[in-house]
Design a protein around this ligand. Structure first.
Ligand code: NAD
Ligand code: IPM
Ligand code: MN
Length: 342
């Protein structure tokens, strides 16, 4: 019986994760759930440690992890996110951040033109390098001459493997997004890895866009995108944009994956939403659809499709939280999804 670890986290994290775990229970797949409910901002504030080596071992020993969100207005240091989320992504080498985006219902599209509502793409975000490398530092800190440098690291291995994953995930085609017209060294490396991949996958339709145009085209011509592969920070930004086009951040799911080891950490794309935490109105759909990605990864594609179908039918009939136009609470929306599962 596979064990999955669950890290509810902060803010709305525990609220939406509770519903996702209840959906997993309802699927009856016999998963054992190991909850790490001591990983949160209070612990970081009290001890300076967010995630211990023992926590990492428990996560590593499990088949997959479901995470709510980490982040708290009392914590301003990046050490917290770096100590939990970015540590797990780096230590478990979860080099693909998979962010599927599919419009849940026509009424949720911010776009009036019907053609522009045709949104069904997957953002494949490089998840271990780029501006998140943590390499850099500050000169003359605290003075008017302060200079801050954060290195934007790209490696041949890191870029090649994520582009390979994108080609493997392609249904209609792959679009590589970079800023090689302005960023010289990393731009050259992404372009070289891209050209090499084009030669390996001659049968897959492929194109390249600069990130500014990609952002515009996601809004103006969303139907032209299938798989988008890009670096860590462009993937972070484009996936919030795409999520909004697909119905809202509360409904967006993601998986942090290492296809070689098979480990996956699944989490909604949103954060801990301190502005609505504790009100019982957080949308659980992003967490529930992340749980669907998790069960798909554990070898249950039918269960995953059933969860997606249940989510679509509740949203279609307005049985959802206020951000999707309904009036249900987090728990009510979770219960509606489980009822639709049958
Ligand atoms: P956020 O994603 O938490 O919230 C952005 C906006 O979207 C807010 O108005 C919020 O109310 C709304 N929203 C988000 N999720 C929602 C949901 N499920 N239902 C309804 N509305 C929802 O982004 P933020 O405010 O920039 O960040 C808050 C904290 O979360 C910060 O500490 C940030 O670092 C952290 N964060 C964590 C993760 C993660 O753990 N994966 C991701 C993003 C942000
Ligand atoms: C995300 C989040 C994180 C990121 C933050 C919290 C470090 O925004 O998962 O998209 O930028 O990767
Ligand atoms: Mn983000």
């Amino acid at each position: 019986m596979p064990t999955i670890t669950v890290v509810p986290g902060d803010g709305i994290g525990p609220e939406v994760t509770r519903e996702a775990v209840a959906v997993l229970d309802a699927l009856g797949l016999g998963l054992t759930v190991d909850v790490l409910d001591h990983v949160h901002a209070d612990r970081f504030l009290a001890t300076g440690t967010a995630l211990t080596d023992d926590d990492v071992s428990r996560i590593r020993a499990s088949a997959a992890t479901l995470l709510g969100a980490v982040g708290d207005p009392r914590v301003t240091s990046p050490d917290y996110a770096r100590g939990v989320l970015l540590r797990l992504r780096a230590e478990l080498d979860l080099y693909v951040n998979l962010r599927p985006v599919r419009l849940l219902h026509e009424r949720l599209s911010p776009l009036r033109d019907g053609r522009r509502r045709d949104l069904d793409c997957v953002i494949v975000r490089e998840n271990t390098e780029g501006l998140y490398s943590g390499i850099g530092g500050t000169l003359r800190a605290g003075t008017r001459d302060e200079v801050a440098v954060d290195a934007d690291v790209s490696t041949w291995l890191g870029v090649s493997r994520v582009i390979d994953y994108a080609f493997g995930a392609a249904r209609r085609g792959v679009c590589m997004v970079d800023k090689s017209n302005a960023v010289p060294a990393g731009g050259r490396l992404w372009q070289r890895c891209w050209r090499d991949a084009l030669a390996r996958y001659p049968q897959v339709p492929a194109r390249h866009l600069y990130v500014d145009v990609a952002a515009m085209n996601l809004v103006a011509q969303p139907e032209t995108f299938d798989v988008i592969v890009t670096n860590n920070s462009y993937g972070d930004i484009l996936s919030d944009l795409a999520a909004t086009l697909a119905g809202g951040l509360g409904a967006a799911a993601s998986g942090n994956l290492n296809p070689a080891t098979g480990f996956g950490l699944y989490e909604p794309v949103h954060g801990s939403a301190p502005d609505i935490a504790g009100q019982g109105i957080a949308n659980p759909v992003g967490a529930v659809l992340s749980a669907a990605l998790l069960v798909e990864h554990l070898g249950h594609p039918d269960a995953a499709e059933a969860v997606r179908g249940a989510v679509r039918s509740t949203v279609e009939t307005g049985r959802c939280t206020p951000d999707l136009g309904g009036s249900l609470t987090t728990a009510g929306a979770g219960a509606a999804i489980r009822a639709a599962l049958g």
